[in-house]
Ligand binder design. Structure first.
Ligand code: HEC
Length: 440
């Protein structure tokens, strides 16, 4: 995976902050969509099976409508499903460069699997045209749907294990096989948390998209409406109530370095928002109204945002050292580049004809002559010891040290590297050649 190194720009602090917001944004675009695709496909398959078991036109219609809601638009699948995942990979390659390439490898594998799963579920949706009495297509359709669902689940399990493992930098060096990556309670709880929040957002989304979405309003249809509302709201309520439980176990199994007040506060806000959503779900279930659909859906989306932010804060804590190392590296590279630039400039200045003499007349003649003593010693008496030692002379004139007790110290003139080099080469090459006697 050395290959990745070529794509990596060493980040600065601002870039790391930007990176954090981009990751949160990307996940916020992707995870609610992924959750809805997962949950709605699950509901759809369940109702397909119920219908096959005991034919009921409401069930078969619900089974199909669910997929029409989540997998109708290919553009949505691309924009919410596939593209954010690619962005996520790029972001993580950037962020965790030089850390553990194995987990990054798994992340990429996970993304490939998830994309295959998304395609399979779109295929599942597209074979719905033919629900006819007796449902002869049942096995083929349910087979495609179930495989899509399983592929997607495997993909997300892998995704969460690689992301969760980024939280455990101390383990990075030890991950050699997929089993090391997958067998961790922390990953299991994170995955379960994802499943229940997926079902929750799918339930809330079902109510919202069936009743409150323009063009798909089934408010007038009593029987079907009741089925959709009751199933959607109950699924959302039941699963949302499990979120605090799984969240608790997830945090208990998280590494201590990842935890901070921030992580908990944001997580608590997420829980609070979920609970407000639950209260509205109860109100929705008890009344004939459906006007709570939009606020519930929006609250759940907001809770997703909080959960994602909490995860990111934890990741940040856990990987602080790696971040510091990256920043250091960026700093060093910057410094080296600046030094190289200055050296090149100095070289250029030193090579400019007449530049050394110019500097000498402007900066040195106040105290030096070649053959008489002024404030400083006659240069012809001191230059021989610098013969062939250009670097030494450059560094002396840039930063003089005490030399001869008969003289006061030479002050630091604040010469640039270029000026120092120019004057030194003038003194050693032009002047010396003509005037300096060979050292006795
Ligand atoms: C403000 C006065 C002053 C100016 C300006 C000054 N020098 Fe000096 N320089 C001195 C003094 C005083 C000494 C003696 C320092 C000592 O021996 O510690 C000295 C010493 C030196 C020496 C001898 C160092 C040694 O190893 O003994 C060199 C070479 C020299 N100066 C080069 C320069 C050059 C080149 C410039 C102009 C870029 C310059 N100086 C500008 C005051 C000055």
């Amino acid at each position: 995976m050395e290959f990745f190194a070529d794509f990596v720009i060493k980040p600065t602090e601002q870039q790391i902050a930007l990176h954090r917001y981009l990751t949160i944004l990307t996940l916020l675009i992707h995870l609610p969509y992924a959750g809805m695709l997962l949950g709605s496909s699950l509901f759809s398959i369940i109702f397909g099976i119920l219908n096959w078991d005991k034919p009921n036109p409401l069930f078969s219609r619900f089974s199909k409508d669910l997929m029409d809601v989540v997998a109708a638009s290919k553009t949505a699948g691309l924009v919410f499903g596939v593209l954010p995942l690619l962005v996520l990979v790029l972001l993580n390659v950037q962020r965790f460069s030089g850390s553990n390439v194995t987990t990054l490898g798994y992340l990429i594998l996970a993304v490939v699997i998830i994309v295959v799963g998304i395609f399979a579920l779109y295929a599942y949706r597209s074979v719905f045209h033919s629900i006819s009495p007796g449902d002869p297509e049942f096995f083929r359709r349910t087979g495609i749907g179930t495989s899509g669902l399983v592929i997607l689940l495997v993909g997300y399990y892998l995704l969460f294990s690689s992301v969760v493992l980024l939280n455990h930098p101390e383990k990075w060096a030890f991950i050699k096989t997929p089993a090391d990556l997958i067998l961790s309670w922390n990953v299991v709880w994170r995955f379960l948390l994802f499943i229940v929040s997926s079902v929750a957002i799918s339930g809330a989304g079902t109510v919202f998209f069936f009743f409150n979405w323009p063009g798909r309003n089934i408010r007038g249809e009593n029987e079907y409406g009741r089925l959709v509302k009751h199933f959607g709201a109950s699924a959302a309520l039941g699963s949302a109530l499990l979120i605090p439980v799984f969240g608790f176990f997830f945090h208990v199994t998280s590494p201590i370095v990842a935890m901070s007040v921030n992580v908990y506060v944001v997580w608590m806000i997420a829980l609070l928002v979920f609970m407000v959503g639950c209260i509205l779900l109860l109100a929705l279930l008890r009344s004939a109204q459906t006007k709570y659909g939009p606020p519930i859906f929006i609250l759940f989306l907001f809770a997703f945002l909080m959960m994602i932010s909490s995860d990111q804060a934890a990741l940040e804590n856990a990987t602080r050292e790696h971040t510091a190392a990256l920043l250091d590296e960026a700093e060093t590279i910057k410094r080296e580049r600046e030094e190289a630039r200055q050296a090149a400039m100095a070289e250029l200045e030193a090579a400019t004809p007449g530049r050394g003499k110019e500097v000498f007349s402007a900066r040195c003649v106040a105290c030096h002559r070649f053959d008489e003593k002024l404030v400083g010693p006659p240069l012809l008496s001191v230059l021989p010891k610098y013969k062939g030692k250009m670097e030494e002379l450059v560094s002396y004139v840039r930063n003089p040290s005490k030399k001869n007790p008969d003289y006061p110290p030479m002050p630091n003139l604040g010469l640039s590297a270029g000026e120092a080099r120019a004057v030194a080469s003038y003194l050693l090459e032009d002047v010396t050649e003509e005037k300096i006697p060979e050292e006795p």
